[in-house]
Ligand binder design. Structure first.
Ligand code: GDP
Ligand code: MG
Length: 320
């Protein structure tokens, strides 16, 4: 369990807790170092966590010193993929489900696709477009009862979202799904809610899809797709965006048109104050009010408070 011995400071975020888990299961020196760096980067910075911050810094300093003595590198482990874009989505699935094919189709990454299992050995990121944002997809090695990379659960946990990918042509799809669910639970890794049911282009696969829906019911949202034909892949991008729990905000200078080319990304529930901080660090402190515009509606220039919760595609004009 977490932190049995020390009092738990309030407001530790899922990102921080994931990094802490990662630290606990880290084996090598480099893995520990990378996890501690993540912990420091993600720990909420307030009075309640000062002791913990100091503790992390002390451990970091000690580990860095050790690595200097040994002359080992500071390089992060190869499987750690820096998050880019609006969010990181890990594709989790058995061998041959079509994970690499999906990443290849949806991004410009050159994922290795092959008709034999275990081709993907390291995480392979690629950027998927959704309207005006980019979502990072992570192609991963399979979760399989035959073999699983030791670091896989940590990478899945560190992603903003996990998506299950199965091949509807897989004769052992049920066993595969059950094994994956069990493995994720054992590793205290969140179980995906979205199931991409790939290869819907193949004959007979609609029956398998119906059987999966029957068996697992509302535990999942089922999205039949085909990496081969591209069927429903636009829906996948939309669902991934929605599931990431983020919203877009555009900034409009007073008296000028909004810059609609570059959305700022906020977590759902964040406010005008949070938005102002992203646009300019001075804005947040000096903000008097903001005006809210929406492309579609009658809201044109309505005054909103700092505490107003931002909705997707809000256009904000900050007044300082
Ligand atoms: N018919 C069909 N075959 C697919 C589809 N997606 C992947 N495949 C094939 O399934 C095999 C495994 O694909 P791959 O992307 O390597 O799966 P991974 O192991 O999950 O990364 C390859 O032979 C692909 O060509 C699809 O949508 N339809
Ligand atoms: Mg693959």
């Amino acid at each position: 369990m977490l932190a049995a011995k020390r009092p738990m400071p309030a407001n530790l975020t899922p990102d921080y807790l994931a990094a802490e888990e990662e630290f606990k299961s880290a084996q090598s020196h480099d893995e520990k170092l990378a996890a501690l760096e993540r912990m420091l980067a993600t720990i909420p910075k307030h009075k309640g966590t000062e002791k913990l911050q100091a503790d992390i810094k002390r451990r970091l300093a000690r580990l860095r010193k050790e690595s200097q003595k040994k002359g080992t590198s500071h390089a992060a482990p190869f499987w750690l993929v820096r998050r880019e874009g609006a969010g990181q989505v890990a594709l989790v699935g058995p061998p041959n489900a079509g994970k690499s094919s999906l990443v290849a189709r949806l991004t410009h990454a050159h994922a290795e696709v092959a008709a034999y299992p275990f081709t993907t050995r390291a995480p392979m990121p690629g950027m998927m477009n959704y309207e005006d944002v980019q979502i990072q997809l992570l192609d991963l090695p399979p979760v399989s009862s035959e073999f699983m990379e030791r670091w896989l659960p940590q990478v899945i946990r560190m992603a903003n979202l996990g998506v299950l990918v199965v091949g509807l042509d897989d004769p052992s799809v049920l066993e595969d799904i059950d094994f994956i669910l069990q493995t994720l639970v054992e590793h205290r890794t969140p179980v995906p809610e979205l199931m991409l049911c790939n290869k819907i282009d193949l004959p007979g696969t609609a029956d398998t899809l119906a059987a999966l829906e029957d068996l697992y019911g509302p535990r999942f949202r089922y999205l039949p797709v085909s990496a081969a034909t591209g069927a429903n892949l636009d829906r996948f991008a939309r669902e991934a965006f929605a599931a990431l729990g983020i919203v877009r905000m555009y900034s409009k200078p007073p008296g000028k048109p909004a810059d609609l080319s570059r959305p700022y990304i906020l977590r759902r529930g964040q406010t005008v104050q949070d938005a102002a901080k992203q646009v300019h660090k001075d804005f947040a402190d000096n903000l008097r009010f903001a005006r809210l515009y929406r492309e579609s509606s009658a809201h044109s220039g309505m005054m909103v408070e700092r505490t107003h919760v931002v909705e997707d595609r809000d256009i904000l004009e900050f007044h300082i």
